[in-house]
Ligand binder design. Structure first.
Ligand code: ASP
Length: 704
């Protein structure tokens, strides 16, 4: 419950304004707004200071960000619980056809066998400070949006440098909370030695595969245990066999009794990005331009990768993580697009905007006019963005799809450097980028994906592309580029960069020539979209401020990858007229396995289920072992791996997904469809014990 919800609103505007006031459970509360919540009324046995306090022993000290996901410390030996899908790619460097950990999972029987997680880092938030005044110094009088943005950027850099000098061992970040009007500085500690402890088999971790992804009812064991290590002095350190398990300031206690329907739950985590304080024009832009293009392109790429994966285990291992991440976003976009239609979101947003206008004009005509002008300008900006169409994404997608095209782009941009930009540091950066492009080159997909991008580019009338093809069909151009063009030869390319850019500018290589011909169009699309972005950012503070004044309510900032609190209850829902209960059980795994397809059931889990009608995690009232739970907290991407906590702050589940209808949460939350999905703590423990045979981990968690 929010404290002191707008008396003004209730008395003056009863009825109409409730159409866009957030419901009680909507809201990813920044830690700085916790004091605005009435914990007692919510039914919590905690105070906001039990969650965050300056002494550093609040629950947030147990919460970590792990490569964009969330996780939590659950023992005093640095044991972290997070999702299977958050650590899956860490298995790849250790996986071979003989030891297929990606497929079979991994268990370190003792600490000496815990495997390093290449490229993984854990971030812990230590403190925060409002720096809005410092960030906006000298900005108020600036009219030009690009100059304004640049000044804000400069101020942020100098604040960061100043604080960094005082705290050299911390990472400092300044996050924009409300566009152009509220900024918070966060201090983070980073741990760099993270190791795999227990990852269940893939058929458990993602039971039901893409069929069940973003769906309810669900039966997924999407969890894993990893461990953070620190140097012998307890401070963060790079990987070393001499490091010791990290002693966290705080760790969570698991409640082995779990939760049941109607129980209060709350979540602490790092939701990535939401867009609720954006106008109707933004939603139509996403619906009509960005999401359909990306979803269609990625669906095509996934199909190609799946076909290649069928050729053998080596390719299957190679493409598993890529397919998984493309498919996850693609299905999320499909969910968003369908729900925008289903709930008629664009018209709903237009309705809300008219309502703001009415509420403002009841107070002051001038404010209403200011709101309408501002809104018209924002919507016009999104129309200009729509006019740029798919071209806005095409250049970036081309570089991602084809490393050769990317390489040619690096060389083409090098060729455009003028005299003043040719220092040796710049040259080194180019050489590094070339090496990265070569390393990522994949001969199976590069020409295939490049051909698709050419066909798309011609359809979108990308400037300069037809000239580059010079009358050839995409197929013939692919054959030319992947035939004998010298761009295949890395020594030749690296030598080119050592010479003068002018030489490159005259290159006869068809791909470099293509990128040079595309360059002016690319620059103009980039500068137009940067100008539009800056304009929208400069308009947004007024938009939000006036919306806030109209409702006299509190605005909770959109998610921006900073730590948030959200609460709700374990609760079913009724999509398409059929009620769905909020708890699933292991019996459902057997039912789904009978259907075949992606419902694959391994022997270990099968036998465990057959013998599951007693034991610590069996629930008499369910007649089974619970698997997944559904609740109406407000979450988004990045909340993957967030702990689900009960009113005492004890761990009862692990958030990993949302239902299909809730993909649209990122634009609009509603209690009717916004449901998040978690693994019940009892299933995590039950699988660890009966499938993983890792009783020592249960002891480590229980003995806290
Ligand atoms: N599974 C989701 C993800 O991809 C979590 C969510 O968005 O709710 O991050």
């Amino acid at each position: 419950m929010r404290k002191g919800i707008s008396v003004l609103l209730v008395t003056c505007c009863m009825g109409i304004s409730s159409a866009f006031m957030p419901g009680p459970e909507e809201g990813m509360y920044p830690i700085s707004l916790l004091h605005t919540l009435d914990f007692a009324q919510m039914g919590m046995n905690l105070l906001p200071s039990d969650i965050y306090n300056e002494e550093g022993n609040g629950l947030i000290n147990a919460i970590v960000n792990i490569n964009g996901c969330t996780g939590s410390f659950i023992s005093d030996e640095g044991l972290i619980l997070t999702n299977h899908h958050c650590v899956f790619s860490a298995l790849k460097p250790h996986t071979t056809e003989a030891n297929n950990y990606m497929r079979d999972g991994y268990l370190a029987k003792d600490k000496s066998l815990e495997l390093p997680m290449e490229g993984y880092k854990v971030r812990i938030m230590k403190s925060y400070k409002d720096v809005t005044r410092e960030v906006l110094t000298g900005v108020a009088s600036m009219k030009d949006p690009l100059a304004r943005d640049a000044k804000i950027g400069e101020n942020i850099t100098s604040i960061k440098l100043k604080i960094q000098a005082e705290y050299p061992n911390m990472e400092i970040e300044v996050s924009e909370m409300l566009a152009g009007s509220s900024y918070i500085l966060f201090m983070y500690e980073y741990l760099k030695d993270i190791r795999l402890v227990y990852v269940p088999p893939r058929y458990v971790g993602e039971f039901g595969g893409e069929t069940d992804n973003w769906m309810w009812p669900r039966h997924s064991g999407d969890f894993s245990f990893v461990r953070a290590y620190a140097g012998p002095d307890g401070n963060p350190a790079d990987y070393s066999p001499n490091n010791k398990p990290y002693l966290p300031q705080r760790f969570l206690q698991a409640d082995f009794n779990g939760v049941q329907e109607s129980d209060l739950v709350f979540i602490l985590g790092y939701p990535g990005r939401t867009y609720r304080h954006y106008p109707s024009g933004f939603v139509s832009y996403m619906q009509q331009v960005q999401m359909p293009y990306i979803a269609t392109l990625w669906e095509w790429q996934i199909n190609q990768l799946v076909t290649l994966s069928q050729q053998g285990a080596a390719l299957e291992i190679k493409y598993a993580t890529k397919i998984k991440s493309l498919a996850n976003t693609m299905k999320n976009y499909l969910g968003k697009m369908q729900s925008i239609e289903r709930i008629d979101l664009i018209n709903k947003k237009i309705g809300e905007e008219s309502l703001v206008n009415i509420l403002l004009s009841a107070r002051n005509e001038g404010l209403a006019k200011q709101f309408q002008d501002n809104l018209d300008k924002m919507n016009a900006a999104y129309q200009r963005l729509s006019a740029l169409g798919e071209r806005r994404f095409w250049y970036g997608q081309l570089s991602q799809a084809s490393q050769r095209a990317d390489l040619a782009w690096i060389l083409a941009s090098y060729a455009q450097l003028d005299e003043s930009q040719r220092d040796s540091d710049t040259r080194k950066k180019y050489i590094k980028a070339i090496r990265v492009a070569y390393r990522q080159y994949d001969p199976n997909t590069d020409s295939l994906f490049f051909g698709r991008m050419l066909r798309d580019g011609l359809r979108f009338k990308v400037d300069g592309l037809a000239d580059a093809l010079d009358g050839r069909s995409p197929k013939d151009f692919v054959a030319l580029v992947y035939g004998k063009a010298k761009i295949n030869d890395s020594t030749y390319i690296l030598n080119l960069v050592k010479k003068k850019p002018e030489k490159l500018a005259k290159s006869k290589d068809p791909l470099i020539r293509m990128q040079l011909l595309l360059a002016p169009g690319r620059a103009s699309v980039a500068s137009e979209s940067n100008a539009i972005d800056a304009e929208v950012r400069s308009l947004q503070p007024v938009f939000v401020d006036l919306k806030m004044r109209a409702t006299a309510g509190q605005f909770i900032p959109d998610a921006n990858s900073t730590l948030r609190f959200t609460y709700g209850t374990v609760k079913g829902y009724t999509p398409n007229g059929t009620y769905m209960a909020p708890v699933t059980t292991v019996g459902g795994i057997l039912e789904k396995a009978d259907k075949g397809g992606e419902y694959v059931l391994g022997d270990e889990l099968y036998h465990a289920i057959i013998n599951s009608n007693s034991g610590e995690f069996f629930r008499q009232e369910l007649g089974s072992v619970p698997v997944n739970i559904l609740y109406n907290t407000d979450t988004s991407g990045g909340n993957s791996g967030s702990p689900v906590l009960n009113k005492d702050g004890h761990l009862v589940g692990l958030n990993f997904d949302r239902c299909f209808e809730a993909c649209v949460n990122d634009f609009a939350w509603d209690d009717a469809y916004s449901r998040s999905i978690g693994v019940d703590i009892r299933y995590i423990l039950w699988v660890t014990q009966h499938v993983g045979q890792a009783g020592h981990l249960i002891d480590e968690i229980r003995n806290q």
